[in-house]
Design a protein around this ligand. Structure first.
Ligand SMILES: Cc1cc2nc3c(=O)[nH]c(=O)nc-3n(C[C@H](O)[C@H](O)[C@H](O)COP(=O)(O)OP(=O)(O)OC[C@H]3O[C@@H](n4cnc5c(N)ncnc54)[C@H](O)[C@@H]3O)c2cc1C
Length: 477
């Protein structure tokens, strides 16, 4: 029997069907609430960006099941400061970090399984717990658990508007249907799938181009930010800005949506990246790849034509996770340039200058090694070895948007704030508020850490608020 017909309105309405939404729904149900989930996608596409994930960044003070050594709070926090350049809320970042240390048992109790990490440039065995079967298996496990616990789930249910009165949630509208609930958790993702909004945010660059025309979306097509926009227009407090996002340089041949992780090009730190004029434009060896990969989409987006070319030689093959589709291969740099559509003389000269600037020490991609360049701009500060051993390989890359950071301001209660005042019954989790922790930049696995911490907390807050409403009603009747 459906919750709505039984109780007229559910205690907790959860909008979204990804990790943050499911964490909220399960926690609210465990706290005794009736819960209704509205997922925009059809069942076969349920789960948003969360289905594409592989791992969660997890604090631990000693080796724990699949996690090696220790990754203490302070080191995690320093990583957050470094990747965000300090654009973060320390209290909320530490809230996420601490919550990441004790969520795995709960996840396992709902059917999530972990596995030993993969090897490769994403050197994450110490810091990140990998999901067995990836995010798709995690989401399927959560939905199975939700069904078992009697949570009502409606697919093909994009909420198109919300009724909010004095900062309090009243109802959500899906098509012509009005759905009331005592409380609501918003977990409907960012606005990364909304190409018009991306275009508006990125505007026109100095060459008269609209950069967002060349963006690809790495995940779901359902996160269009309709409710985020509406809430901000209604006066909800926001964080970060509309151009900030997790953006990866991905294979230019990737589909417009849902290319997932197999379109990522992971060889950047092993070679050089040039723009359409065959010129380098950033330090390819600045830091370990898990702390840099999410910057490269933005760097490519800032180049003319929003296109880049990642170039390596045969020496580094086998040291990174190979892209699913082979790149261009050639015995000479000139031939490679022609295949990539670059000026052969310009590319040859860029590589000649780079090669002669390399100061090779002991190459080791597992540490921040001493191989660096001297006398060129931009410099390459680690893993700088000459590109001199054919055959040579090149991959054309485009900006791939993973998720946007403009979000709703919140605190540990997860309440949406209106003019600094927390709503009593409207809560937020996941990408819709990730900008509180990530003002910019990214470290692999933080998205799921934020969604899990805030999703679980939002479920508890919503359940409490629903109970409080009930108590108030019975006190007055
Ligand atoms: C390719 C890829 C790989 C990634 N890998 C990792 C990883 O390994 N580790 C990590 O930590 N992070 C990773 N991320 C980031 C991660 O996916 C997100 O941080 C996280 O999944 C966000 O969870 P969420 O629940 O907030 O959003 P989502 O999982 O995107 O869920 C949003 C949900 O809201 C629904 N929705 C949207 N609008 C509406 C509406 N109006 N009404 C109803 N429903 C709506 C959507 O259909 C969707 O179900 C990856 C992302 C991508 C794209």
């Amino acid at each position: 029997m459906s919750i709505n017909s039984k109780h007229n309105k559910p205690d907790v309405l959860v909008i979204g069907g990804g990790n943050a939404a499911l964490c909220a729904a399960l926690m609210a149900r465990e706290a005794g609430s009736t819960v209704l989930i509205l997922e925009a996608a059809p069942k076969e596409w349920r789960g948003g960006n969360s289905i594409h994930t592989r791992n969660i960044r997890s604090m631990h003070n000693a080796p724990e099941d699949v996690l090696m050594e220790a990754y203490p709070e302070e080191e995690y926090w320093q990583d957050v400061i470094k990747v965000t350049g300090g654009l973060t809320d320390e209290r909320l970042a530490r809230f996420v970090i601490r919550a990441s240390s004790n969520c795995r048992d709960w996840m396992q109790s709902h059917g999530v399984r972990f596995q030993a990490p993969l090897s490769g440039t994403l050197n994450l065995s110490r810091t990140n717990a990998f999901f067995m079967g990836g995010g798709k298996a995690l989401i399927n496990a959560y939905f199975r658990s939700a069904e078992k616990l009697g949570i009502e789930i409606r697919y093909n249910s994009p909420v198109d508007s919300l009724e909010i009165v004095d900062g309090q949630f009243v109802a959500a509208n899906v098509g012509g249907e009005r759905i009331e609930a005592k409380t609501c958790v918003m977990a409907a993702g960012g606005f990364e799938s909304n190409r018009e909004w991306l275009k508006e945010a990125w505007g026109v660059n100095q060459w008269g181009e609209a950069p967002a025309d060349n963006f690809l979306i790495r995940g779901t097509r359902f996160n269009n930010g309709v409710l985020l926009k509406q809430l901000i227009d209604m006066g909800a407090d926001s964080v970060s800005d509309a151009t900030q996002a997790h953006m990866v340089a991905i294979d230019a041949r990737a589909p417009l949506y849902d290319g997932g992780i197999c379109t990522r090009i992971d060889c950047v730190s092993f070679g050089i990246v040039v723009n359409k004029f065959a010129q380098r434009f950033s330090d390819e060896g600045e830091d370990f790849w898990p702390k840099r990969y999410a910057f490269w989409g933005r760097l490519v987006a800032q180049q003319q034509g929003q296109i880049g070319y990642s170039i390596i030689d045969s020496k580094v093959l086998g040291r990174f996770m190979p892209p699913v589709f082979p790149g261009e291969k050639a015995d000479t740099i000139e031939e490679l340039a022609v295949k990539l559509g670059l000026d052969p003389e310009a590319l040859k000269e860029t590589i000649r200058v780079y090669n002669s600037a390399c100061r090779v020490g002991t190459f080791d991609h597992t540490i921040m090694d001493d191989c660096h360049t001297e006398g060129i701009t931009p410099e390459k500060t680690h893993w700088a070895i000459p590109i001199d051993t054919g055959p040579f390989y090149g991959y054309t890359v485009r900006p791939g948007v993973t998720f946007t950071y403009l979000g709703l301001k919140t605190d540990e209660s997860t309440a949406v704030h209106f003019n600094g005042k927390p709503s009593e019954n409207l809560f937020v989790a996941g990408e819709m508020m990730a900008g509180n922790v990530l003002g910019k930049g990214y470290a692999a696995g933080i998205g799921m850490a934020i969604g899990t911490a805030f999703g679980r907390a939002a479920g508890v807050s919503a359940a409490k608020a629903a109970l409080h409403q009930e108590e108030q009603v019975s006190a007055t009747t």
